[in-house]
Write a protein that binds this ligand. Sequence first.
Ligand SMILES: NC(=O)c1ccc[n+]([C@@H]2O[C@H](COP(=O)([O-])OP(=O)(O)OC[C@H]3O[C@@H](n4cnc5c(N)ncnc54)[C@H](O)[C@@H]3O)[C@@H](O)[C@H]2O)c1
Length: 289
Amino acid sequence: MPAISRGEVSYITGAASGIGRALAAMLVDQGGLVIIADINAEAGSKFAAELNERAEKVVAISVQTDTTNWEEQLAGFQKATTTFKRIDYVFANAGIAEHPWLPPFNPETAASRPIVKPNLATANINLTGQLYTAALALQTFERQEIGPSGFRGKLVLTSSVFGYYPSRAMPMYAASKAGVINFMRSAAQYYADKNITVNAIAPNLVDTPIAPDVLFVPFREQKLLSDIQLVLDQFEKLLGDSKVTGQALSISQDNVWTHPADKYMFEENNPACDLISVQIFKLFGDSTP
Ligand SMILES: NC(=O)c1ccc[n+]([C@@H]2O[C@H](COP(=O)([O-])OP(=O)(O)OC[C@H]3O[C@@H](n4cnc5c(N)ncnc54)[C@H](O)[C@@H]3O)[C@@H](O)[C@H]2O)c1
């Protein structure tokens, strides 16, 4: 049974490869229309052409976007709405693996090198890029009527299990994915009464081109990878008439779970933490209760 209604439109960043590509193919198989938004224009347009050829009609378009570039993402959304009239689902999925943000720790040689500016590429793409996509999604949903599945739109962000577990080798990746998780939970609260759902998928390592193939070898040997089909199954749970919002659906090997949000350490802090939202809304002139 398809998760989506025939003709529903999905905008997927990072859809020329890996998880985004598999998701796009699944949605087209279910009768959906997709926008392949990727920095890799060649792979994106080749993939869209393949999907169209297989369907014998236009079911996919590709847009070249660097998700860290607001103007490029805006142009991508404009092309999508001009072509398909509305967007039912947005998947903020584009991301990259860890890049060293600082040189390796070595007190013996540190003094002989200058203090360096950190490389924040991973954080920029995985967090800022996804926030730009989210901002476009939420404002697009706000401007359109409720669709066939009963929602203005649904946003799904691709995080990672390292959005809640620390990783000593991946501080930028973990920081960005944690940012995505807590953004998702906060936005889900804001949009809960506005016919918009916001969720995240949080897989452990999946065999995709995200990292050099050599990195995957011991994972394959020790059967420590998570199956991409299980990841797609979790995306499906969030689509169509699903009312689920504010959830981080996690996958590691054969395990799937809904990762709960942290609670305040002491119950007596609840009123203070909740009153912050009320006061901030007042300050911002937002009528949300
Ligand atoms: N593969 C994994 O093990 C794994 C695990 C957990 C989460 N994730 C997340 O899943 C998402 C997809 O990863 P994947 O494994 O499919 O990787 P992938 O490398 O196969 O695909 C990522 C795609 O994003 C595109 N991209 C990269 N930077 C971009 C940018 N600035 N603008 C637009 N497009 C850009 C790439 O061209 C590529 O097509 C990422 O957010 C990643 O962090 C992956």
